[in-house]
Design a binder for this molecule. Structure first.
Ligand SMILES: [Zn+2]
Length: 400
């Protein structure tokens, strides 16, 4: 094995251990766990510390006699990930450091449907520049960026179709050219990765903590997307286009959908469909406050709102039951705008799941709110950059 690649493997091995250890490990503990010699571990740790990837934890007093315990933790002042989201009614940018802390987060509310893709991406670039300045002011260095969009993205980062934004074949990386840090190529990998926002939200949920290894994460916005997590890994599909749950037909002869089909889930459980069924369409209701407003009206017992949420929950239950029958998932996570509506969506969902999932009688399906809520996609995007550095620290170190 080449010396260079052995060093790369050792860097990734030691950093991976530090990232996942339940408490800060010492160099001796790392040597014992990895099977590397103490001298090798010390040399590797020295590189990681010099590269601002790892730092000594604050010593914690040890019970009883002896010196306080020391250990190594991920550095919070080195590389960071820039996460962005573009959606129908908002833009978001956030910075997450290597230790997983959200250090900066900003949301810009605007209806982006009447706006050209180039204009929307220009606004996003300005938001990203602000996030970069905020990161640098805190001593962080952006190591890459990821952008979530509500649509189908190909391997080159081109948005092939985002029906709710009215985008078709939008060359996102090209339109963002000239906006560092979005266009650099680092270590052979473009500094900007474009990804479906529902996938990023599912990844954020997966890494937010104690979630199970198998679940379906549904993001309820104007459109509805899903991320499928199987055995702790996001299932992207053979071309990266999995999860278009919003266009599964609930009633094949139902109302026409923007996708060209009829009676899709989105026509019953998308945010605008719920508002319209509740008689609130056209009301002066900013999209970001719509879920909270619906929850307030449901709480007050408003009949039309309760009926609309029951209809949406029923449609979600019918769709989810098919997915569960197909993939044998035991948990469904409701994210995006669905979180405040769970008390009204869950009962009709569970009724349909109980009726339609063959195994529900002895193995119930859990329906629960997402941990991160509406910010999940941008945070998940930034987290994906950070996890790439942890998986391959040599790439970051080579830039220094
Ligand atoms: Zn559709």
């Amino acid at each position: 094995m080449r010396q260079g690649s052995l060093r790369e493997l050792n860097l990734a091995l030691v950093l991976g251990r530090i990232a996942t250890a339940p408490r800060p490990p010492s160099r001796a503990a790392l040597a014992a766990e990895t099977g590397l010699t103490r001298a090798t571990v010390s040399a590797v740790v020295e590189d990681l510390v010099a590269g601002r990837l790892v730092t000594e934890a604050e010593p914690t007093p040890r019970a009883g006699a002896g010196r306080p315990a020391r250990g190594l933790v991920l550095a919070g002042d080195g590389p960071a990930g820039l996460g962005m989201e573009i959606n129908v009614d908002y833009l978001a940018a956030c910075v997450v450091d290597l230790a997983g802390e959200v250090r900066h987060h900003v949301v810009h509310r605007a209806d982006l449907r009447p706006v050209s893709a180039a204009d929307a991406l220009g606004r996003l670039a300005r938001l990203a520049a602000g996030a970069r300045a905020a990161a640098e002011a805190e001593g962080l260095t952006l190591a890459g960026a990821a952008l979530g969009v509500p649509g189908l993205v190909d391997a080159a980062g081109q948005v092939r179709l985002a029906p709710n934004l009215g985008w078709r074949d939008v060359p996102v990386p090209e339109l963002l050219a000239g906006h560092p840090p979005l266009t650099e190529v680092v270590d052979g990998v473009p500094a900007l990765v474009v990804e479906n926002e529902a996938n990023l939200a599912a990844l954020a949920e997966l890494h937010a903590g104690a979630g199970p290894g198998n679940f379906l994460h549904i993001s309820g916005e104007v459109g509805i997307g899903a991320g499928i997590v199987l055995d702790g890994t996001l299932y992207r599909g053979s071309r990266g286009w999995s999860g278009e749950i919003g266009h599964i037909p609930v009633r094949p002869d139902g109302p026409p959908c923007r996708c060209g089909g009829r009676g899709c889930l989105e026509r019953y459980a998308g945010q605008e469909a719920i508002l319209s069924a509740a008689g609130l369409a056209g009301a002066d209701l900013p999209a970001d406050t719509a879920p909270t407003r619906l929850a307030e009206l449901a709480e007050a017992g408003q009949a039309a709102v309760l009926a609309a949420l029951h209809e949406a929950g029923t449609a979600l239950g019918i769709t989810v039951a098919s997915v569960v029958n197909l993939l044998d998932l035991d948990t469904v996570v409701l994210g995006g705008g669905y979180a405040p509506l769970i008390p009204w969506l869950r009962p009709p969902m569970l009724a349909e799941i109980d009726r339609r999932v063959l195994t529900a009688a002895w193995s119930p399906v859990t329906v629960r709110p997402a941990t991160l809520g509406a910010t999940a996609a941008a945070v998940g995007a930034a987290g994906s950059v950070v996890r790439r550095i942890i998986a391959r620290p040599a790439g970051w170190l080579a830039r220094l």
